[in-house]
Design a protein around this ligand. Structure first.
Ligand code: IDP
Ligand code: MG
Length: 161
């Protein structure tokens, strides 16, 4: 998978609170309107094993069992999103973990009040994004295609970077 230049990829998980609250379309719309390219999208259920791996950095915290339970409340929607410096751009659109302090205009800032129920996951570094995309998507579930709006989303030199 190509992760360079405008082909940098990140992983977003639309969490069960967003699915239950009918925010899926709104969240996807925000990424689309930003000019980002959705190259993978599917609904799936997460199990204990994948959550232990995905949340390894919090697995020994007292709140982890609650997080794991919450993430299995319903299916989630996973997205692979592509663009120039997309990992950083999507983290900015996401907002900080504690949603009630997240900046207005960000997804968490606009749609959530909780630390745990914070609507989406987004990869926090390019290296983690690579591991997370592979964790949730098979190679043949990531699509390369021409997007006509790229004519006006990037300058030519940015597309060649
Ligand atoms: P992030 O999602 O903003 O990257 P992380 O620190 O990687 O935040 O934590 C992963 C997830 O674990 C958070 O999105 C949140 O759902 C949950 N979490 C983190 N800290 C807490 C906490 O103090 N209480 C409850 N849940 C938490
Ligand atoms: Mg994180």
């Amino acid at each position: 998978m190509n992760f360079h230049g405008i082909h940098e990829k990140t992983l977003v998980i639309v969490k069960p609170d967003a699915i239950q609250r009918g925010l899926l379309g709104e969240i996807i719309t925000r990424f689309e309107k930003k000019g980002l390219k959705i190259v993978g999208l599917k609904m799936m259920r997460l199990d204990d094993a994948v959550l232990r791996e995905h949340y390894a950095h919090i697995a020994d915290k007292p709140f982890f069992p609650g997080v794991s339970n919450f993430m299995q409340n319903s299916p989630v929607v996973v997205l692979c999103i592509e663009g120039l410096e997309v990992v950083e751009a999507v983290r900015l659109i996401t907002g900080i973990t504690k949603a009630r302090q997240a900046e207005a205009g960000s997804i968490r800032g606009d749609f959530a009040m909780s630390v745990g129920c914070n609507v989406i996951h987004a990869s926090d570094s390019v290296d983690n994004a690579k591991a997370e995309v592979v964790r949730f998507f098979e190679e043949n579930e990531i699509f390369e295609y021409y997007k006509s709006e790229y004519e006006f989303v990037y300058m030519q030199d940015e597309k060649e970077s």
